[in-house]
Design a binder for this molecule. Structure first.
Ligand code: SF4
Length: 242
């Protein structure tokens, strides 16, 4: 089984606990207005690699990531779920901690085959960093081009099946930075039983240059990042920890 990877970072410190090898996978069906990795959107771009080859690269760093592990990020890593099942199986055999950084957009609770594939991967996954882009479905669609139904269904599935979750939420001025939405998100998260951490990620415009370079239109041009007081406000409402 081969997968398409964009790149990797061997000493990541922001995508899960400890020092982690972060594998950035190709492909994403969403089009978040603030996405700073538009070069991951195409599934077949990037480097084609087998799960065994990927494991071999990762395991070279095994001693450095012994207090952390591996995080599959993207793009949307679940688009290449069969590749990840193979890779995570190998990593678990080697005693490596595994995490997914995902929006859960691929999870269709009404499709038993789809649920079974996700359940299979979760057998070999220790932690899910779940990106909830917007708690309001209409606003989520405006922000990402997709409904949030699959994301929220995936959150409930993870909770019901006892899988640890870190919730991640990008705070965007005028879009998600609104007490009404933050309180609604908090109410949703409070209904989940396995949330271990909530992270507020302030919007930044560092991806803008990539858009210009690839001739894409950056729709949030000129938008200022939330100031410190708004970040602290969001963290307080959500009960987030740094
Ligand atoms: S889900 Fe992630 S990779 Fe996909 S468009 Fe949104 S920010 Fe970009």
């Amino acid at each position: 089984m081969t997968g398409y990877i964009h790149s990797y970072e061997s000493f990541g410190t922001v995508d899960g606990p400890g020092i982690r090898f972060v594998l950035f996978m190709q492909g994403c069906p969403m089009r978040c207005l603030y996405c700073h990795n538009p070069d991951t959107w195409s599934r077949s771009a990037g480097r084609e690699i087998t799960a065994e080859e990927a494991a071999k690269i990762i395991l070279k760093y095994k001693s450095y990531i012994s207090d952390g592990g591996v995080t599959a990020s993207g793009g949307e890593p679940l688009l290449q779920i069969d590749f990840l099942i193979e890779l995570f199986k190998i990593l678990k055999r080697e005693g490596v901690n595994t995490a997914l950084d995902t929006s859960g957009v691929t999870f269709n609770a009404d499709d038993p085959e789809c649920v079974a594939r996700h359940a299979e991967l979760l057998k070999y996954t220790d932690l899910v960093l779940l990106d909830i882009k917007h708690i309001d479905d209409k606003e989520h669609a405006k922000l990402t081009g997709h409904s949030n139904a699959n994301t929220l269904a995936f959150a409930k599935y993870l909770s019901d099946t006892g899988k640890d979750i870190w919730i991640r939420h990008v705070l965007v001025t005028g879009i998600t930075d609104d007490d009404k939405y933050l309180n609604a998100l908090k109410a949703f998260v409070d209904g989940l039983k396995t949330v271990k951490k909530i992270e507020v990620l302030p919007y930044h415009s560092m991806g803008e240059a990539k858009y210009e370079k690839s001739g894409l239109n950056y729709k949030l041009k000129g938008l200022t990042p939330p100031d410190r007081s708004r970040v602290l406000n969001a963290e307080k409402i959500l009960g987030a920890k740094r």
